[in-house]
Design a binder for this molecule. Structure first.
Ligand code: FAD
Length: 542
């Protein structure tokens, strides 16, 4: 016979574990891990006291794939190139059951170790989010991917592995005249990686982010269970995982909604020198019915030569006037619009575009046009990648800052930041465009400002080798964040990165409780995605 306490525990196991987990998860220390200082790449608290027995323990697992324990430096690197945390092992899974068995084994070991697990898609994170210091990194790309399945019926969709790249999905679906509706600007990212964040691009004003366009997921939870979830089945897990920063489960399959694909795009850029005219036009376009299919924009501060760069890929509508255009040192705002079309309907397209442009107030001499294939347009950033790689400039540090700003404060933001805090954008592009949040599903884990229209503002900086660029850019990013806080703009970070629990709590706001409850339900020992630094792994009690 057990003691009354253990009898109570047995009967109320689930309730107790939940309560315990909530208690522990809510009590993480204020400062869990640091990465804001680029030279600081080793956390102060070792995740477990004796790590020497872990490899031999992991080796006892029977897997379709395998573990590697040496030469793991690549798993301590990401696109940000600022944080570098070495794992103890990398799992190269071949099957979903490899992932499930590994998580279950780590749970089994959790009374003696604080071992954690990070799924790594392409490692395009910015601040170590796909890394696990002295933990296990799962190299999702080695997962055997069943072929991409396309359902070409009344409600078309594609079934893909969580490790599939969006570029492959594009090419496969185009064979059926279909395509996903919502994208990111760059397609060499994994489905699991972008669905863990949101996935925002110039189509989001109409279709919402990528997490809005998912019908079903297969997920391995932090309990090691393989669960299928959707709006109808295990809906709490489904919505939790979407935008859930990898905290509740590892996405192994996704069913993504498709729509008809056009063959070509008309790609248009126009310039403004007044921010309010620019943003009014952007907001007008995202609210119009028969609008463009893609709407973005960017800021040019002290970038006088840029129009000349465009000439290699864009044609000015009026070459003479365009050649005479001068910015007079002003900040310029570029509105970028795209309309998809099939060549047979070019006349209708031209009429539609003419009408849409006639409603805008851009500087007339700055109308630039281009025509490329749909696939070429969507894969446009890859061309820059190839060029930058050839110059050794792709693998530099990327201290990016992405913010979501409510429409009501975007003018204050622009006035306070462009030209004041940010004096030029020689380090990389600054994107700025509004989206209709009313079109977004609101049960996901993604956090946004509470207004119907919000702006994504992305400072996509690169720190060039041999300069003090990294420090300068990171200081500038902090000034922007400080400005937002002081002016109480109600901004939220996208691809968020924080150091303290208070900051995470503030980020999630009213959604924090739900986030913590989901964590305790699906990953009660906080094994998953430690690189996000939201929760700290707990030692289990048995
Ligand atoms: P990783 O960096 O490998 O992982 C990201 C996070 O998700 C980590 O916490 C990881 O543990 C977790 N994770 C990875 N795989 C899974 C999985 N299968 N299941 C659960 N969790 C998982 N984002 C946009 O929204 N819009 C853009 O336009 C855009 N443009 C970009 C352009 C470039 C050049 C780059 C480098 C990034 C861009 N991003 C954009 C950001 C991108 O969405 C993130 O980098 C995202 O993390 C995807 O990268 P990844 O697939 O390599 O994921």
């Amino acid at each position: 016979m057990g003691s009354p306490v253990f009898g109570f525990l047995k009967q109320n196991n689930i309730i107790f574990l939940r309560f315990f987990a909530i208690l522990v998860l809510s009590c993480i220390p204020d400062r869990t891990n640091l990465c804001s200082n680029p030279s600081f790449d080793t956390p102060t608290i070792p995740p477990h006291t004796s790590s020497s027995s872990i490899p031999s323990s992991l080796k006892t697992l029977t897997l379709d794939g395998y573990f590697s324990f040496e030469n793991l430096e690549h798993a301590a690197k990401d696109f940000g190139n600022i944080c570098h945390y070495l794992p103890i092992a990398v799992l190269h899974p071949k099957s979903v059951s490899d992932i499930s068995s590994t998580i279950k084994h780590i749970l089994y070991m959790s009374s003696v170790t604080k071992l954690t697990v990070a799924a790594r898609g392409r490692g395009h994170s910015l601040q170590g989010q796909a890394q696990a210091y002295q933990g296990v990194v799962i190299n999702m790309e080695s997962l055997d991917r069943p072929s991409i399945y396309i359902e070409n019926g009344e409600v078309p969709y594609v079934d893909v592995s969580g490790s599939e790249l969006w570029i492959n999905i594009l090419h496969e679906t185009l064979k059926y005249g279909l395509s996903p509706k919502s994208w990111t600007d760059y397609l060499h990212l994994t489905v699991g990686g972008t669905l863990s964040n949101g996935g925002i691009s110039g189509q989001a004003f109409r279709h919402g982010p990528q997490i809005n366009n998912v019908y079903q997921l297969e997920v391995v939870t932090g309990r090691g269970e393989v669960v299928t979830c959707s709006d109808k089945e295990n809906a709490d897990l489904f919505y939790g995982v979407l935008g859930g920063l990898g905290q509740f489960g590892i996405i192994t399959r996704a069913r993504i909604s498709l729509g008809p694909a056009e063959k070509m795009v008309k790609w248009i850029r126009v310039l403004y020198s007044e921010f309010s005219t620019f943003s009014n036009d952007q907001e007008h376009l995202i609210s119009s019915n028969n609008s463009f299919d893609y709407i973005e924009g960017f800021v040019m501060i002290n970038r006088t030569g840029l129009l000349n760069n465009w000439r290699s890929s864009f044609n000015p509508k009026d070459p003479i006037q365009a050649s005479q255009f001068s910015s007079d040192g002003k900040i310029l705002y570029c509105l970028e619009m795209v309309k998809y079309f099939n060549p047979e309907k070019i006349d209708v397209l031209n009429q539609d575009i003419e009408k849409l442009l006639s409603e805008l107030n851009y500087i007339p001499s700055t109308l630039f046009l281009s025509e490329v294939s749909y696939a070429e347009f969507l894969d446009r950033v890859h061309l820059s990648e190839i060029k930058l790689r050839s110059k050794g400039l792709w693998e530099v540090p990327h201290p990016w800052l992405n913010l979501l700003i409510p429409k009501s404060r975007i003018f204050d933001f622009a006035e306070g930041v462009f030209g004041n805090i940010v004096k030029d954008n020689n380090n990389g592009p600054i994107l700025i465009y509004p989206v209709n949040k009313a079109k977004w599903k609101n049960r996901t884990s993604m956090v946004t400002p509470e207004e119907d229209i919000i702006y994504l503002v992305a400072f996509l900086s690169s720190a060039l080798p041999g300069t003090d660029g990294l420090e300068h850019i990171m200081t500038q990013n902090q000034h922007i964040l400080d400005f937002c806080a002081k002016a109480q703009l109600g901004a939220k970070q996208y691809l968020p990165h924080y150091h303290t629990q208070d900051e995470w709590r503030a980020h999630f706001g009213t959604q924090w409780e739900t986030f913590v409850q989901r964590k305790s339900a699906y990953d009660p020992l906080a094994i998953l995605a430690p690189g996000q630094r939201i929760f700290q792994k707990t030692i289990s009690i048995t």
